[in-house]
Design a protein around this ligand. Sequence first.
Ligand code: SF4
Length: 279
Amino acid sequence: MRIATVFLLPKCDLACRFCGSDLGFNALDESEALRWVGFAASNGYSSVVLGGGEPLLWPGDLQRVGARAKELGMVVQLNTNGVAWRKELETTDAIDRIILPLDGATAESHDYLRKPRGGHRAVVEDRLDRLSKSGKQATVGSVICRPNMAELPLLAAELQGRVDRGLNLHAWHLYRFIPIGRGGAVDGRNDEFGLEADEFRRHCEPIQAQQGTARTWKIFRRPDMTQSRDVDFFWKDKGVWHASGRGAAIKGIIGASSLDAEYIPVHSELEPLSPSENV
Ligand code: SF4
């Protein structure tokens, strides 16, 4: 599965100490986001991730963008910190899966990393509870750094407990802290948080190895969150599109100031499926 992630806006309502996101890019307007969805569909991506900054602060209509992506046959994921939650996220058909962060096994350790908002862990717990009730699928992401690396077994046990109580958990992504972005590149942050790739692997592997055949969710290890075999990243800066990743499609967008109509498949022109195929 190839996944396309778009950074809809730089603004965020948290200031996480490890944040790898930058402020230096443009917010998209809704028509650009819809065109990008068409680009992703016509370039073979099977899933899109709507990200930021914080996508729930985006003034465009996330549900309209998600619905368009679904109409074009893609799985739609929303990567949010959960603060500006709207109840309709729990039930909307326009978003298949919600990605939420959990970075410490206790409120103290999580909230230390997710400054300045004390109580953020409680917010995430509430959002996961809501998703459990509604049955909407979730993915959890954790940035692993020196202060929280010993808490991985506790986090794994907590997630399994949530699954046992009804959370429809798709996966847990373990991201190694990388000293980039508005939080990660701060002076001294790498001294406090940094992990060598080997150290990161040694802490993650035992947790991944505990995955029995009975476990219905996967654990992925991401030593460099900016590089992935499966995920390409897209954003607009100073009026032109930028992209990174390994997919051939990124060459078709870098430097473009707008996405041409040729990237947007017109739904009515698609071959209608026969009833036997339409399953
Ligand atoms: S890591 Fe934190 S500050 Fe950075 S975009 Fe995500 S929620 Fe916002």
